[in-house]
Design a protein around this ligand. Sequence first.
Ligand SMILES: [Zn+2]
Ligand SMILES: [Zn+2]
Length: 239
Amino acid sequence: MNFLKFLGTGSAFNVKRGCTSAYFEMGTELFVIDAGEDVFKKLVLEDLFNKKTRVNFFITHIHGDHAGSLSTAIYYLYYKVFNMDKSKICVYFPHEDLREYLRMSGTTEEFYTYYINRWDEIRPDGTDINFEYNFIEAKHVQGMNSYAITIEIPKQKLIYYSGDNSEFNFTVKNVDMYNEIYNEVTFIEKATSHMYYKKMLELTKDFSKEQKSKIILMHLEDDEEAIKMMKENGFTIAE
Ligand SMILES: [Zn+2]
Ligand SMILES: [Zn+2]
């Protein structure tokens, strides 16, 4: 059983699979990674806010398919779920850009709490949340701050989530370090801001079956043939 569940597994233009977004629940809190254009709707329809004491959003970068419905989700939580208590709505991003993006769309910090630093330094209330996270700089679109995220549940799991990152270091050593590697892939050679599948196949050609199967592909284009081929090659497909 993989740790993350998916609300969508598609690339920006894949309306069938929807924007790539993942979540997990811990204690009574919900953790969502990325909130692209169609994600707010799914969060509500799947009733994921129900009985939660806090909702946390980790954002990898500010492309529409990763942050496009974040403002609406924040407003909804503020007015409809948490009775105007902004401490229950947390947004994590290691740069000022996202705060500014939200402010420009009318979502000021009156409505949510922004975490630019690590929470163990700035989140004072003791909760039953038992994991650590880190943002790692990703290589995506020039001039845009983009990050991959690692999540560590002590003595259990280390997870890597690429966001949009054209360069994951697919060495055996690096892959062995993680239990689950959620990585985007593109089937279009021209899409150089993403990880091209042929490059991925080349880098992982000496990997064992087990090493390959912990690489979970996401951010998929509408090309089911190519997805099937990657599955036959031993990768796991996010569903
Ligand atoms: Zn994307
Ligand atoms: Zn992107």
